[in-house]
Design a protein around this ligand. Structure first.
Ligand SMILES: Nc1ncnc2c1ncn2[C@@H]1O[C@H](COP(=O)(O)OP(=O)(O)OP(=O)(O)O)[C@@H](O)[C@H]1O
Ligand SMILES: [Mg+2]
Length: 264
């Protein structure tokens, strides 16, 4: 489904700030595969997702999604194929529009005719049905503006918007990191539910090693712009947070005591 072949990305090349964020990264995902990504600050995790979604052009290598070479296609075109949720709940929704209007935009995405002029009654019924899945009573607030929602409610809505058009690929960049633990858990559970029900091919960055092993079926670890561990199957099933931390520390030379990678 997704084939990333030897991509590299260097920021500010030739300046004193030159930073090699990705170094010849290759990664293949089967259809429906749910991969979690861990790694320390600056490891290149967000850059990887940003290169896949077209925020940054890559310096070299190629990205093939569902048989189509998207290496050079612009971000707006990729967004029809790729759903995204970021860490910041302020991104991903139009805060001055209603819940229904936001859902209408998400619903129209990827459809051949683009945005339709209005929201019809059946649309609203569908949106209510979808919102009810979140279990946050948002179906009662469909005509309220998104800016009235809490961070967790917004992330849940953004997740729904990112998945409702059945994207070819779902990219989650620490999408629960800024939420209170209880609502973070809820959004993670919703993530698992939507991903498994729709069989979405998914990459989820998390700073929580426990969640990384608990969710999905494969875990990769990044360090200094490279993938240094790729766990699946039995090897992953037998992995513990303690061993994962030890592995990270030995490969990176970084001690993780009090590091956010350990926080749950
Ligand atoms: N737009 C940018 N311009 C310049 N440098 C950047 C840019 N984006 C990322 N970098 C640099 O690239 C490196 C990788 O950053 P990236 O954001 O991918 O790390 P990360 O693994 O997501 O870290 P974190 O866990 O802190 O989110 C870092 O050194 C960062 O400073
Ligand atoms: Mg990041």
């Amino acid at each position: 489904m997704l084939k990333i072949n030897m991509i590299s990305k260097t920021f500010d090349r030739g300046s004193v700030n030159e930073k090699k964020a990705l170094h010849q990264v290759s990664l293949s995902l089967d259809e429906g595969e749910f991969v979690t990504v861990i790694g320390g600050n600056g490891a290149g995790k967000s850059t990887l997702l940003n290169c896949i979604s077209g925020v940054h052009p890559v310096d070299e290598g190629s990205i093939i999604l569902d048989g189509t070479d998207i290496t050079f296609s612009p971000e707006y075109k990729r967004s029809r194929l790729i759903g995204r949720v970021f860490q910041n709940p302020l991104l991903g929704t139009a805060f001055d529009m209603t819940i229904a209007e936001n859902l209408a935009i998400a619903w129209a995405r990827g459809k051949p005719h683009g945005l339709s002029p209005g929201i019809t009654r059946p649309d609203k019924a569908l949106f209510r049905e979808q919102l009810a899945l979140l279990g946050l009573d948002l179906e009662e607030r469909i005509n309220q503006k998104v800016k009235l929602l809490s961070g967790g409610q917004r992330q849940a809505l953004t997740l729904l918007m990112a998945t409702m058009g059945r994207p070819k690929l779902l990219l989650l960049d620490e999408h629960t990191a800024s939420l209170d633990p209880a609502i973070a858990k809820k959004v993670l559970h919703l993530t698992r539910k939507f991903v498994s029900e729709e069989k979405l091919t998914t990459i989820m960055i998390t700073h929580n090693m426990k969640a990384a092993l608990e969710y999905g079926s494969r875990t990769i670890m990044m360090h200094e712009g490279q993938i240094i561990l790729d766990l699946s199957g039995e090897e992953r099933a037998e992995m513990t947070v303690e061993r994962l931390v030890k592995y990270f520390e030995s490969r990176s030379g970084v001690q993780l005591e009090n590091d956010r990678l350990l926080l749950s």
